[in-house]
Design a protein around this ligand. Structure first.
Ligand code: GLU
Length: 410
């Protein structure tokens, strides 16, 4: 089986060929700048030592300090983190924020650790890598399994070595140098672009049916935004399974239920459905908003959605992507669709550097501006060059990163 890094490389190569990128630049741009892998031992609450492996993959810094989330998940491995780091390089370039790309992760099942153990794990990881990241080097942020609390620990531990430095990490709590609107940002960005995407095909969001896989940070804010915009959210799910209701799910009630029960299991507003079956629903829009590699050559033929919006990172394998092109199902690619999170991370970093705070309406307004500008650029490239939106997004990103590399030199 192909590694996920090789699979992601296929998307890169396709766009690189369209723009005639030289072999030497291709080589440079697919080679990560630095791969960090460290031992992260902690003392468990019961006094035993447990050893974990932590990664920080720094893919490219041609356009600025490297940027990307930190993932705590039991399936985290070097190949996956590297793939996600490369996606960050293209993502920051697509929305034109002054960053490169990186990603981190610890292979851990967070459900098996207490909150104190998670804190010790996070602080110990920072102890191992604190010299290799920071406001002008590489700036972590939340991803799957981490949140604003994790970022607060990172900032606090980093500052023990380097002094006051809130810009060393983004996605912090609002009470501790975080930005208003950062928590909702990825889902809100997905929502904004889903509307823009449908509009291009002459479709309105009013009563459009939406199926969303994943009800974590990204899926839940996406559902809330689209519900509010007048769409009919017909299916949602979390790790334990999903709910379907063709008349439309009461999204505010589902959000309340999930907050109270930490799971959607038992939510009374629909019939149960498996995560796999959710992907096959007859729906206007399918939004994978959880794990990667869920749309594959095994199931792509059975997908009945009219449009796909990639809120997750890397949900579609290149084989599935080819099937969707053949079936003429337009796909809004991850490096554009879910870039709202890192965009508001950029706003947070800017505010931290200036000791100044924007209000929520300013954050939302700027987010909309960055997202729609990137969307229209990608749309134009894809129509001009007669390529998919994914290839269009990669063309835009690769163009920007390679231009910066040529201008700066090596
Ligand atoms: N983890 C998010 C992503 O995959 C956000 C990264 C960030 O804010 O730096 O885009």
């Amino acid at each position: 089986m192909k590694s996920s890094f090789e699979a992601a490389r296929q998307y890169f190569e396709e766009a690189a060929s369209v723009i005639g990128l030289s072999e030497s630049l291709r080589d440079l741009l697919v080679t990560p700048e630095r791969e960090i892998k460290v031992q992260v031992p902690i003392k468990r609450d019961n006094g035993q030592i447990a050893t974990f492996i932590g990664y920080r993959m720094q893919h490219n810094s041609a356009r600025g300090p490297m940027k990307g989330g930190l993932r705590y998940h039991h399936e985290v491995n070097a190949d996956e983190v590297l793939t996600l780091a490369s996606l960050m390089t293209w993502k920051t370039a697509v929305v034109d924020i002054p960053y490169g790309g990186a990603k981190g992760g610890i292979s851990v099942n967070t459900k098996e650790l207490s909150i104190d153990e998670l804190e010790r794990l996070t602080r110990r990881f920072v102890d191992e890598i604190h010299d290799l990241f920071g406001p002008d080097k590489d700036i972590p942020a939340p991803d799957m399994g981490t949140n604003a609390q994790t970022m607060a620990w990172i900032m606090n531990q980093y500052e023990k070595f380097h002094g006051f430095a809130p810009a060393c990490v983004t996605g912090k709590p609002v009470e501790l140098y975080g930005a208003e609107g950062r928590e909702e940002a990825t889902g809100r960005g997905v929502g904004i672009l889903t509307l823009a995407f449908l509009r291009k095909f002459g479709r309105s969001i009013e009563n459009a049916t939406i199926a969303i896989q994943g009800f974590g940070n990204v899926g839940s804010f996406t559902a809330a935004y689209l519900h509010q915009a007048g769409a009919r959210v017909i299916a949602i799910s979390d790790v334990s399974g999903g709910i379907v209701n063709r008349n439309g799910i009461d999204v505010p009630a589902a959000l309340e239920f999930a907050a109270a029960n930490k799971s959607l299991t038992g939510f009374p507003g629909g019939e149960p459905i498996s995560n796999e079956a959710l992907l096959m629903l007859d729906t206007d829009v399918l939004i994978p908003a959880a794990l990667g590699n869920v749309l594959t050559e095994q199931n792509a033929d059975s997908v009945r959605a009219k449009f796909i919006v990639e809120a997750a990172n890397g949900p579609t394998t290149p084989e599935a992507d080819a099937i969707f092109r053949k079936k003429e199902i337009p796909v809004l690619p991850d490096i554009l669709a879910n870039a709202g999170g890192v965009t508001v991370s950029y706003f947070e970093w800017v505010q931290n550097q200036q000791y100044f705070r924007w209000d929520l309406s300013r954050v939302r307004e700027e987010l909309e501006k960055y997202m729609t500008r990137a969307f229209h650029r990608v749309w134009t490239i894809s129509t001009d060059k007669k390529v998919s939106l994914r290839t269009g997004a990669y063309i835009l990103a690769i163009g920007r990163v390679s231009r910066a590399t040529e201008l700066g030199g090596i």
